[in-house]
Write a protein that binds this ligand. Structure first.
Ligand SMILES: NC(=O)c1ccc[n+]([C@@H]2O[C@H](COP(=O)([O-])OP(=O)(O)OC[C@H]3O[C@@H](n4cnc5c(N)ncnc54)[C@H](OP(=O)(O)O)[C@@H]3O)[C@@H](O)[C@H]2O)c1
Length: 332
């Protein structure tokens, strides 16, 4: 089978290799992958900037496909089913935080960027029929991250004013869709004009350029401040957010793409009772709730680009540049 493997090569560590078709073990299934989506995590691994990197691993946390082989002890009804894969491995008993043995599919275990992937039976959920293969593949990791940030930690409801920062990102576009779906008043920031226009058409109240000097003043004037800001860029943006929060507001962040802030405006933070809340993907219950929510609200993830699997590296490069809006998907 074709698979995208992390090698030890320094110039370009990702390589498409021809590997033997894997066989499912006890309580495992083999999924013939129809579509797989990239996450920023895959690019961090490519750049060697992720913990516990192990060469000769097939990357990829997100995939959708058809169950084509069952290991011992797997319920026979799964054979031939169209499925999504929950990329959590061993979240553990505590819904609030992952266990010490927690892993994400696609490093160090072999992932979805291959014609076939082996996962435990309990990682499967039936693919909602209204989603295309490409949309379904875009959902698992990004959807779970957005769901926990928006609802579990952000507690976003119809009466909230929300800013989704860097809304063109793979997770952020879903955070936008989720917050809009419950009726919140959602504004966005994005570094590209075409993306800002897209979000305005999709119902954003306001769209700001985070690269423009003074944008926070405009946002404050336009909106009166935000109850919740969802972010994954980090950096000095955190201090910009402090200026736009309503008292007792909450900043939920699940990444730090541009790095750490040089300092944090703790004076403004404590005086205004602001919460800075970290978030990650989410537990298995949240995964089920997220897929149900997407079905109930008929939500379609935004796709930056769909390409055949052979063009995987081009999509990695585009994701790094941030040129597209939403998820990069590879098809088999
Ligand atoms: N903790 C977790 O479990 C978890 C889960 C998923 C992701 N993450 C992390 O979250 C981050 C985003 O992941 P992703 O997959 O959504 O990545 P992505 O698709 O590559 O999106 C990144 C987005 O960041 C935005 N951005 C870049 N510079 C910015 C800035 N200065 N201010 C505001 N926004 C900026 C851009 O939005 P525009 O294009 O709109 O400008 C860009 O599209 C990554 O660091 C990833 O590792 C963590």
């Amino acid at each position: 089978m074709k698979a995208l493997v992390l090698t030890n090569q320094t110039d370009e560590p990702l390589e498409i290799q021809d590997l033997p078709q894997p066989e499912p073990g006890k309580h495992e299934v083999r999924v013939a992958v129809k579509a797989a989506a990239l996450n920023r995590r895959d690019q961090w691994i490519r750049e060697g900037k992720y913990p516990n990197i192990q060469p000769n691993t097939i990357l990829g946390s997100d995939g959708a496909g058809t169950v084509d082989a069952l290991g011992a002890g797997v319920a026979t009804h799964w054979k031939g089913k169209d499925v999504l894969i929950n990329p959590n491995i061993d979240w553990g008993e505590n819904p609030e935080v992952q266990s010490s043995s927690y892993q994400i599919l696609g490093m160090p275990t072999n992932g979805t960027l291959a014609e076939y992937v082996i996962v435990k039976q309990d990682r499967l959920i039936e693919k909602p029929s209204f989603l295309s293969w490409e949309e379904a593949a875009s959902l698992p990791l990004a959807g779970l991250t957005a769901f926990r940030a928006v609802f579990t930690h952000g507690d976003i409801t119809a009466d909230k004013k929300v800013l989704v920062s860097g809304a063109g990102g793979g997770v952020a576009q879903l955070a936008f869709l989720f917050a809009k779906a419950v009726g919140a008043q959602v504004s966005v920031s994005s570094g590209r004009e075409s993306k800002r226009q897209h979000f305005i058409k999709a119902g954003a109240s306001f769209a700001y350029d985070y690269r423009q000097e003074g944008w926070t003043k405009n946002a404050l004037k336009d909106t009166g401040g935000f109850d919740v800001i969802i972010d994954s860029a980090g950096g000095n943006g955190i201090n910009d957010f402090m200026k736009m929060m309503k008292p007792a507001g909450r900043i939920v962040f699940y990444g730090a793409t541009v790095g750490l802030p040089p300092n944090i405006d703790m004076y403004r933070m404590f005086w205004n009772q602001i919460t800075l809340q970290g978030s990650t993907m989410g537990n298995d219950e949240e995964f089920m709730q997220m897929v149900k929510f997407v079905e109930q609200h008929n939500l379609h993830p935004m796709l930056a680009k769909v390409r055949p699997f052979e063009k995987a590296l081009k999509s990695f490069d585009d994701m790094k540049k941030g040129s597209g809006l939403g998820k990069y998907v590879l098809t088999f």
